[in-house]
Design a protein around this ligand. Sequence first.
Ligand SMILES: [Zn+2]
Ligand SMILES: [Zn+2]
Length: 376
Amino acid sequence: MNQELPPPEDYDNPAPKPGEGCALAGCDKTEELNRCSACKVFLYCTREHQVEDRPAHKTTCNEIKKARANVERQKQALIDDPEFRNDNPFENHVGHFWKLRETRPYMMSLSKLAQAFQNKLYRPALEAELEVCMELLRLCPGDNMGVRETVPALLIRLNRDQECYDFIKWWATTAKERDYDWGTSDRYLNIKNADIFEPCGFINEKSLIGSLSLHACMMILKIKFVLDLIKLRATQNSIEKMSANLCAEAGPPPEEIFEELKRGSCRSSAILARPELLVDRNLTPKINVLRKQMDSLSETIDRHNKHYFPALFGPDMELGGDTMFAMGSPEEMRMALQNTWHAWVESTGTLSFMLLQRERELDTHFNPDINIHEDY
Ligand SMILES: [Zn+2]
Ligand SMILES: [Zn+2]
C-alpha cells in the first residue's frame, strides 16, 4: 500500500468514447439537432447530414423501429387481454409485471428494445437503453429479468457516477434485507448521494450473489475516484509551487485560474460534485482509503468468481453467453464481462490502474522474495 504510484499520466490511455451530437461521422455539431423520426434516437444537424448518414444508419434504424413497433403491439395486446377487462394493467398492476404471466410478452418486447440500443457507441442510444431498463424495473421492481445487471455500466458510461454508486449500494443493502417489502414502492431505489468514501463492508459474498456486474462496476467507480484524486493531488502540488514563484514576483494570482485547473484534473461527476475535495490540501488519506477498498473489493470478487479479473486482462476474452449460469462459473464471468466491458474501456485509465494494483498485490501474495527484500 505504501509503494509509490506511477505518475498520473501513465493512466491516460485514450479510449474510444460514445459519440454525441450529430450522428454523421466527422460532424461535430452538438446544438440545434433533430431526431431521426423513425428510430427517435439518432440526431442530425441538417437534413443533408441525415441523408448522407442513411447508408450507415439504416440497419440500426430499422432494428430500433421494429423493436419499438413490437413494444406498441404487445402493449395493446396486453390492454386488450380478456384477463384484464376493465382493469388496465398499466394503471393497476405496476410493480407486478412479469409475475403476471400475461405481461411477459410485453416485458420481453421492452427487453428486446433495450438490446436494439446496445453496442452503438452513441450517447443518445445509451440514454435510450437506460430509460427502457428503468421502465422494466418500475414495472417489476424485483427484477426477475436481471435488468439491474446492465444499469450501472450504462450510468458509468454516461458519467452519472453518483447515481451509479447509489444504485449499486441499494441492491447490495436494502434489496438484501430479509424483510424488505417488494410490494411497496416508498423505499425502492431510495438511496441518494451516499458517501462515496464510506467503508464498503456492505459489499460481501452475500451481496455478490446474482450481482457480479454490479460489483465490478463498483470497482470501476472506486478506480475512477482514486485516479481523479491522484491527478488532483498532483495539480495541487504544482499549483502550490507555481503560486509560490508567482507571489514572489507579482503578488497572488487569481484563484479562478487554479479552480479551472483543478476541475480539469477530474473526470468523475461524483468528484466534481464535491467542491470540498478541490480545496483539500491533504488528499493522500482519501486516496489510501479508496485503494484499500479496491484491494478488499477485488479479493471479494475473486472469491466469488475467480474467472472475472483474469478474463478482463486475458487475450482470450469472450463476451456474452447464456443467461442461465452457476455462481462462480465461467458463464457468469462472460455475462458480467459483456455487461461491464465498455464501462471499463471508456473510463480512461481504469483497466491499467486495476492491472497495476493487482500485479502488486499478486507479487506480495505469491512472491516471498519481494517481502524479504522490502524488509531490508
Ligand atoms: Zn433512425
Ligand atoms: Zn451534422
